[in-house]
Design a binder for this molecule. Structure first.
Ligand code: BEZ
Length: 212
């Protein structure tokens, strides 16, 4: 397999239409909501099981943020149905979000989810945050061996939503409610004004309490 082509931040998300555990879905179905599309390598595997349990438990937190979860792997619909049923029976966790059965790899290829150095037959742990206008705002790529941190996924979503709402950026290790960062000045005049502000650390650095 030659190069992997990835979506681009700030560009429209690749369109898709695929079968899922909750019926056929298309990208357009999610317009007006934040979409968190994530791939896992395979059903009936241990790390994926822990991730699905964690995403399922956090589903209300995503819903509270106006976000929808959508899982994906290159398994069949029947494998997904059997695995989700097993998660409910053995772990007492019902997965409330749809899982795409990307049997023909069409979505995996469009989103660059197959990393040939890891596997040519399974998707790596890729996650895309797509805004209500269908624009890719964040991408996270993890290797198959490492389960993702769902609190970090939620923190990233909070940051993206703050940026969309208030035009603010967020500093390292930011948590919701903490001060955010104003964009750096883009002209000499703006820099002079900022430098004269006693609330600014420097001409390029001013924090602001995030809006409620
Ligand atoms: C897992 O989910 O445990 C797993 C799947 C594929 C490769 C490595 C681990």
């Amino acid at each position: 397999m030659s190069g992997v082509s990835l979506p681009r931040l700030g560009s429209p998300a690749p369109e898709f239409e695929a079968e899922s555990t909750q019926g056929r879905v298309t990208l357009a179905d999610f317009r007006g909501q934040w979409l968190v599309l994530f791939s896992h390598p395979a059903d009936f595997t241990p790390v994926c099981t822990t991730e699905f349990i964690a995403f399922a438990k956090a589903a209300p937190a995503f819903e509270a943020r106006g976000a929808v979860l959508l899982g994906l792997s290159i398994d069949s619909l029947y494998a997904h149905l059997a695995w989700l049923q097993r998660l409910e029976e053995r772990f007492g966790v019902a997965v409330p979000f749809p899982v795409l059965a990307d049997h023909d790899r069409a979505v995996a290829m469009a989103y660059g989810m197959i990393m040939p150095g890891e596997s040519t037959t399974e998707t790596s742990r890729c996650l895309f945050m797509i805004d209500p206008d269908g624009i890719v705002r964040a991408m996270i790529y993890y290797p198959m061996s490492a389960g993702r941190s769902i609190p970090e996924v939620l923190r990233l979503l909070d940051s993206l939503q703050l940026t969309r709402r208030a035009g603010l950026a967020t500093p390292a290790d930011w948590q919701p409610g903490e001060p955010a960062i104003e964009p750096a000045p883009r002209s000499i005049e703006e820099a002079r004004v900022r430098a004269a502000d006693p609330a600014a650390r420097d001409w390029f650095f001013r924090l602001r309490p995030p809006p409620a």
